[in-house]
Design a protein around this ligand. Structure first.
Ligand code: SAM
Length: 296
């Protein structure tokens, strides 16, 4: 029922910004106020009891820790960028995953953070500033407009694609569906909206796969809908395999995988709104880099 969806049981996750602070110091500092544990799945992620209110905590204010859900933190980790890589964050604002990438890359290499919406570019820039990362270049524009053959992307090895989605895996969105105003009209509107989102998601994923030197692409949503998740992956599989990509398995020890509606669904990762207190989806595409093959 509503009380379950309302999230009193949802643990509070924070990611330690390892560009500014080490994990053990954060555990020590936060441990003065709350019971703190290291997350068992995601490095640098800490779990605190539901209701822990950290919005005004000095570690949040000065960018040493970021309030970031577990699903969100799994995305950058799934990409596993190496420190000296060039990486594109295709749909970047407000930048939680961008600065997560920066931390995983130890502040080295280069991240191109692309964002279409001008207001959201400002939020992205604020997040980056707070994180202290200096290896991020913000690009205000359409990811679909970036030309894969452009020499400025010749060294890009990985792309994180977290496009606009319905947000149906988040609590507020699921509560909306319980309101009386959620009429047949709304449902019709929802299905049109989902279809439009899926069209963009498919285009953007196909575009990400087409950058010549890219060998890892992560696609993620905070949606529970098959049309935004498995169906998007399914639609690009022929293109992906023609380019030499296969599905990788992010967090192989994780139990909940994709809906069994395509071959390889066991590689996909799902978080379940009931079991995990949030709905999330992650797909990973990998290919062996041709240049590396030639070198060896
Ligand atoms: N990855 C972000 C984070 O973790 O903080 C959240 C990204 S949000 C789900 C999707 C973002 O994509 C929105 O800020 C939206 O404005 C942006 N966006 C939508 N279409 C885009 C496009 N064609 N090119 C670049 N950004 C786009």
């Amino acid at each position: 029922g509503v009380s379950q969806l309302n999230g009193p049981l949802k643990p509070r996750y924070v990611r330690v910004n390892t560009l500014k602070m080490d994990v053990d110091s954060a555990v020590h500092e936060l441990g003065k106020l709350y019971k703190v544990q290291k997350d068992e799945t995601v490095p640098d992620l800490l779990v605190m009891p539901p209701g822990s209110d950290l919005h005004a905590h000095h570690l949040v204010k000065n960018g040493r820790i970021f309030l970031q859900g577990k699903g969100s933190a799994m995305v950058a980790a799934a990409l596993e960028p190496e420190a000296d890589w060039e990486v594109i964050d295709a749909c970047a604002a407000p930048g939680n995953k961008t600065i997560n990438l920066a931390a995983l890359m130890k502040g080295q290499g280069k991240i191109i953070a692309c964002e279409l919406n001008e207001e959201r570019v400002k939020r992205l820039e604020q997040t980056i500033k707070l994180s202290g990362a200096t290896n991020i270049e913000v690009f205000h524009g359409d990811f679909l407009g970036l030309a894969p053959e452009d020499p400025s992307f010749a060294k890009v090895r990985a792309i994180l694609l977290d496009p606009s989605c319905s947000g149906s895996g988040t609590i507020t969105d699921r509560l909306d569906h319980l309101l009386p105003s959620h009429s047949a009209d709304n449902k019709n509107y929802d299905s049109i909206r989902l279809h439009k989102l899926a069209v963009f998601q498919k285009k953007a994923l196909a575009h990400a796969l087409s950058f010549p030197q890219v060998e890892r692409v992560v696609y993620s949503t905070c949606s529970i809908h098959q049309i935004e998740n498995e169906d998007v992956v399914s639609s690009v599989l022929p293109l992906a395999s023609s380019l030499g990509f296969e599905l990788g398995t992010p967090f192989p020890q994780w139990q909940r995988r994709g809906l069994p509606v395509l071959a390889g669904s066991e590689h996909l990762l799902r978080m379940d709104p009931e079991e995990d207190k949030e709905g999330f989806f992650i797909a990973l595409f990998t290919k062996t880099n041709k240049l590396d093959d030639l070198k060896s």
